[in-house]
Design a protein around this ligand. Structure first.
Ligand SMILES: Nc1nc2c(ncn2[C@@H]2O[C@H](COP(=O)(O)OP(=O)(O)OP(=O)(O)O)[C@@H](O)[C@H]2O)c(=O)[nH]1
Ligand SMILES: [Mg+2]
Length: 383
């Protein structure tokens, strides 16, 4: 339950703004008018429901430059081939940073000695695996080499691959919880790839045969609502939205009512990009959690923190700070295709203890997948 994780904050009530209901794709929310929801204790919702009339705002009124936005995402979506191929390609830069160097190293070394371990250490650290994690990997590599009685230096890479795989979460731990019904809340700093990832996740879940609904709870950034609507349209998924500047918690409230009434399998909520030190934005998250907690207590929860892989070790610090406020259940690691710092996946596991659940290797709708640790280690070490 979110309640247990959050400190209640004061002064949330002031943030309420005009609530205008807008249901995209022209399907009116005919069931359970909001006025009928009995909300006893919290001034926030009372205000939302009683003082502010809900106005229908047709989608057409939003300045959506759809053609333009669709064009922007179309080319990447055309990519062909299995995800493993994409993963191999996406990890190109990281692999060059790790594997090519290791290949070079082992080709120039006749035996497994201290110097070799030191060189390996350096390679792993430059790939943003992080000092502590690197030390652990090297230690385990040493043990594993002894255990397997490996003396051939050419085998070091293979054993390192196994040690790496062992240092990632298991497949069970990295699975996304989409048991019906569920709510996925997506959070992270500005530009990390939240909205894009939601578009891809929604498509992924729908392709697994589940019904999906999106909530446009980033009402803060200009164009954010339209961006989500475009993503929704690409997979034929409805978006619950209000006008820009409205209260994100009110959007989530509407979306939860809609998801319940329609018996939607998975509701995914987009949120505004925020830094941990922006108290108001963090309070806003608490408010959203409280709404879900109270309005949808039976739903399974996922709180996904989106991290931009190109920021490497900095993302670890970011995540630690988010962790203080939010009950993060999984990480979505984006932009692995644009970085040589992909090694920090290992640091996420050892320093945060939160499983990476999804990874993004491109801007197209199919460029995101469930994280498979074995596959990742293989793609990284080109096995
Ligand atoms: N190459 C690459 N680009 C990505 C990936 N994921 C997202 N992006 C790009 O990153 C940029 C920002 O993505 P958004 O989804 O808008 O990020 P956001 O976190 O929602 O941003 P705010 O709403 O402003 O906080 C866009 O140009 C995306 O196309 C990825 O896996 N690979
Ligand atoms: Mg966004």
């Amino acid at each position: 339950m979110f309640k247990k994780w959050f400190k209640k904050k004061d002064g949330l009530e002031e943030e309420n703004q005009v609530v205008e209901e807008q249901v995209v794709e022209e399907q009116p929310l005919e069931e359970q008018p909001l006025e009928e929801q009995p909300l006893e204790d919290e001034p926030l919702e009372e205000q939302l429901l009683e003082e502010q009339p809900l106005e229908e705002q047709p989608l057409e009124e939003l300045p959506v430059e759809e053609e333009e936005m669709l064009e922007a995402v179309e080319p990447a979506a055309e990519k062909q081939g299995g995800f493993f191929t994409k993963l191999i390609k996406g990890l190109d830069k990281t692999r060059k940073n790790i594997t090519d160097k290791i290949d070079n190293l082992v080709n120039n070394y006749g035996e497994i000695d201290e110097e070799l371990f030191e060189e390996l250490e350096e390679i792993l650290i430059t790939a943003d695996i992080g000092m502590t994690t690197t030390m652990r990997l090297i230690e385990e590599l040493r043990e594993e080499l002894v255990k397997r009685k490996v003396t051939d230096v050419a085998m070091v890479k293979h054993v390192l691959r196994d040690v790496m795989a062992m240092n990632l979460n298991t497949v069970e731990e990295t699975a996304l919880n989409t048991k019906t019904p569920s709510v996925i809340l997506v959070i992270g700093v500005n530009g990390a790839g939240k909205t894009t990832s939601i578009g891809k996740i929604a498509n992924l879940i729908k392709s697994e045969g589940k019904s999906v609904l999106l909530a446009a709870a980033d009402t803060f950034r200009a164009g954010a609502i339209e961006q989500l609507i475009v993503w929704g349209k690409r997979s034929g998924i409805e978006v619950i939205a209000q006008s820009e500047g409205s209260d994100p918690a009110a959007v989530v409230f509407d979306a939860v009512q809609a998801a319940k009434a329609r018996k939607t399998d998975v509701l995914i909520c987009d949120t505004a990009g925020r830094l941990h030190n922006k108290v108001n934005l963090m309070n806003e998250l608490n408010k959203i959690f409280r709404i879900i907690d109270r309005e949808y207590p039976d739903a399974n929860r996922e709180v996904l923190l989106v991290l931009d892989a190109t920021t490497g070790q900095n993302a670890i610090q970011q995540a630690k700070l988010f962790q203080e406020t939010a009950p993060i259940t999984g990480i979505v690691l984006t932009k692995l295709d644009g970085t040589a710092k992909g090694g920090f996946v290992f640091a996420i596991k050892s320093e945060l203890g939160i499983p990476v659940k999804l990874i993004g290797v491109g801007e197209g709708i199919n460029d995101l997948q469930h994280f498979n640790p074995e596959e990742f280690a293989d793609a990284l070490m080109e096995q």
